[in-house]
Design a binder for this molecule. Structure first.
Ligand code: IPE
Ligand code: IPE
Ligand code: MG
Length: 250
């Protein structure tokens, strides 16, 4: 554990943290730099949160890297983001493996060119045996896509006669949603000051605690992470119950 890290209040750590890494463009623009400089600078924050989550024994970390809506950005920015994605996957994968981090890409990877799809598969394969932190990177991901995709898979089973229509419910749907095999998202952090979900994990965040940070993503580091998990530890999660039931379950 790094010395600068303060132990969270009551030691309650989220098992699964998801982050909307927002603010790269504004970070760069504030310095009169092209937006891509902000995206590059954001990679350092990714390394930092991966390290912090490992140190704190968080089970899963899910990072929003590229949304299904981000394709509509200026073509040059999209192109540079794809290039950065390729480079980072190549450069970081050995370190992830050494750190026992298992990488998974969630999202519709069929939307990427063949080379990038191959690199994604290779990267996932390289860390497939790692059993430490689960790092999910959401790329060409949209919460609505995720739900529609799950519905389609479920319909296929019904069509094949393997699932009765009366068994179509939350539990069966859940099996086809991204990260079904992982703990529910406990804490959703969004950096960059905006307070919205932007089509991120719509299903998985049904009961997540939300934390909005003013920090732009390249500035997000140890202190900001600590603030978020400390805030999480102070929340009372009621899941529909009343406070007294939570504090005194019997
Ligand atoms: C988030 O930062 C990264 C991606 C969406 C790829 P932005 O690029 O959205 O940065 P701002 O919000 O314009 O500052
Ligand atoms: C959300 O950020 C997507 C990612 C962080 C990858 P955006 O910057 O795209 O979200 P909006 O457009 O401000 O809602
Ligand atoms: Mg943004």
């Amino acid at each position: 554990m790094s010395e600068s890290f303060t132990t969270p209040v009551e030691g309650i750590m989220p098992r699964h943290i998801a982050i909307i890494m927002d603010g790269n463009g504004r970070w760069a623009e504030a310095q009169g730099q092209p937006r891509v400089i902000g995206h590059r600078a954001g990679v350092k924050s990714v390394r930092e949160v991966v390290r912090l989550c490992r140190e704190q024994n968080v089970e899963a970390l899910t990072l929003f890297a590229f949304s299904s809506e981000n394709w509509s950005r200026p073509a040059r920015e999209v192109q540079l983001l794809m290039r950065l994605f390729m480079t980072v996957l190549r450069r970081e994968i050995k370190l992830l493996k050494k750190s026992n981090v298992r990488l998974r890409i969630i999202g519709d990877i069929s939307g990427f060119d063949d080379k990038l799809q191959q690199r994604i598969r290779d990267a996932e394969q390289t860390t497939a045996e790692c059993d430490g932190l689960l790092l999910n990177v959401a790329a060409n991901y949209g919460g609505r896509w995720d739900i529609a995709n799950a519905a389609q898979k479920m319909c296929q089973l019904v069509q094949q006669g393997e699932l009765d229509i009366n068994d179509v419910n939350e539990q069966t749907m859940q099996r086809f949603i991204c990260m079904a095999d992982q703990p529910e998202v406990d804490l959703l952090i969004r950096t960059g000051g905006e307070q919205r979900i932007s089509n991120f994990l719509m299903w998985q965040c049904a009961y997540a605690e939300l934390f909005f940070s003013e920090a732009l993503w390249p500035d997000f580091a140890d202190a900001e992470f600590t603030e978020a998990v400390d805030c999480f530890a102070r929340r009372q999660r009621r899941f529909g119950l009343i406070g007294a039931q939570v504090t005194n379950p019997n």
